[in-house]
Design a binder for this molecule. Sequence first.
Ligand SMILES: N[C@@H](CCC(=O)N[C@@H](CS)C(=O)NCC(=O)O)C(=O)O
Length: 218
Amino acid sequence: MLKFYFHPISVNARRVWVALLEKQISFEPILVNLDGEQFGEEFTAINPLQRVPVIIDRNFRVVESLAILDYLEAKYPTPSLMPSEPEAIATVRMVEMVAVNELQPATVPLMRSLVGLEVEAQKLETARQRVTAAIDFYQDLLSDCSYFAGDELTVADIVAGTLVPSLPLFGFSFDNYPRLQAWMERLVMRASWQQTTPQPEVIEAALPNMRKILERRS
Ligand SMILES: N[C@@H](CCC(=O)N[C@@H](CS)C(=O)NCC(=O)O)C(=O)O
């Protein structure tokens, strides 16, 4: 059975977890405690980059969440999470790339500040501007469709939709983003989102490790 190495508070792991559930792929979840276990010999042998997520499918190991999503789509094409029309493919890739290259890095200083680490005011301001630019972009892209690339869920919704709903944690409001709000409401109604939402007690317990991880990042 496919092995899935994860931690419940890892946003990178969650996107893979949601895809596994949406595709109804059987898997064995293997918790990697991000309390230093990621640097141990056993996990380093599995991923020398010392990060989750990782999957091992019939002896084939894949690291990096977006590479895992591509692999799952190619290996388990039904139900599909990837459209086939050129415009829709480009839309999916844009949404994914904006999430990992703009939105996710901007949440790092915001998260550092939230857990009480020192962050320069200018860095925080720049992070807020980057988040706002990304959600403006998403709101425009959503048009009147249920999901980013039409009326079917795709990996674009999974990648952005496991990040965007956490933004109110940093003080962002979606009051002026009705399409984004409706999209999020649609996502959080799905069993895959509900099943993978980290419980408050899990977040609380992971906070000291999260702090250490954030201390290592600038
Ligand atoms: N680009 C990687 C990032 C993976 C990553 O940063 N994972 C975090 C958890 S969200 C991790 O394992 N951190 C452990 C550490 O930094 O020590 C991906 O998309 O899979």
